[in-house]
Design a protein around this ligand. Structure first.
Ligand code: MLT
Length: 248
């Protein structure tokens, strides 16, 4: 079995996905917002690649049943109900609703996972829940690909650190797991920062940009390990949480 890490939303070849369990990470902030929405009772999150696609898809719903959400250059999209700050996805706002979400890197990474066996959305806020799923998958003989959605579809330090934490802990006590070079590099980044996630975020370009754009509090939210302990699965073009209502 093996774990590969790939960087950038749409860069990886299809062979990285076919038959594999894929974890998509966009710590700042799409993965965190998705976990928050589902933990707070959203019916589903639908990841879409453009704001036009969100507007089109909304037409299939009663207006009261959907929320239009997303960002461009970290800012909320004009006319939408919500941006991409995880602090917006509170229970009173999202409970029972379908969230139509478009973000710069996160949602393209999720939808570009052709042929994957399972696609799970991972971050620090649902770390332990997803870790258990990935460990079980590896024990069952599945190969894993971790997609770091990144920034401008390239490398992002915070996604690499989170991926490294998964690599380190998934492989602990399991012999014979092959890692690609990116997976090994991510594990080193995780070891460098350890639990000092705010240091990791503040060192990252996207973390600094979010602070400059007035979203400093989002960093604390995204660093709160296991605060939203859900397993978000992307299937049939929507993300729902694995749970009693959706046993697999
Ligand atoms: C993205 O998808 O690029 C991010 O989630 C951007 C952000 O809202 O911080």
């Amino acid at each position: 079995v093996r774990i590969d890490v790939v960087f950038g939303a749409v860069a990886a070849p299809a062979s990285e996905f076919a038959g594999r369990v894929v974890a998509v990470i966009d710590v700042l902030r799409a993965s965190t917002s998705i976990a928050a929405a589902l933990a707070n009772g959203a019916r589903a999150v639908v990841p879409l690649e453009s704001s036009d696609a969100v507007v089109m898809r909304a037409k299939a719903f009663e207006r009261a049943d959907v929320l239009l959400a997303g960002e461009r250059k970290t800012k909320p999209i004009p006319g939408f109900d919500l941006g991409n700050s995880p602090r917006e996805f509170t229970r009173p706002v999202v409970e029972g609703k379908t969230v139509l979400l478009t973000t710069t890197n996160g949602t393209p990474a999720i939808v570009n996972t052709p042929g994957a066996r399972d696609v799970v959305i991972a971050s620090y806020v649902n770390y332990t829940a997803v870790l258990a799923m990935l460990r079980a998958a590896l024990r069952g003989g599945a190969d894993i690909t971790i997609v770091c959605a990144g920034r401008d579809r390239l490398f992002a330090l915070e996604d690499a650190g989170c991926a490294g934490r998964f690599v380190y802990n998934v492989t602990k006590r399991l012999g014979d797991v092959a890692l690609n070079d990116a997976a090994q590099a991510c594990a080193l980044i995780d070891r460098k920062y350890g639990d000092q996630l705010m240091r990791l975020f503040e060192a990252s370009e996207h973390g600094r940009l979010l602070c400059e754009s007035g979203f400093a509090e989002d960093l604390e939210e995204c660093a709160a390990i296991d605060s939203y302990p859900v397993i978000p699965l992307y299937q049939d073009r929507q993300i729902t949480k694995l749970g009693p209502e959706r046993e697999r």
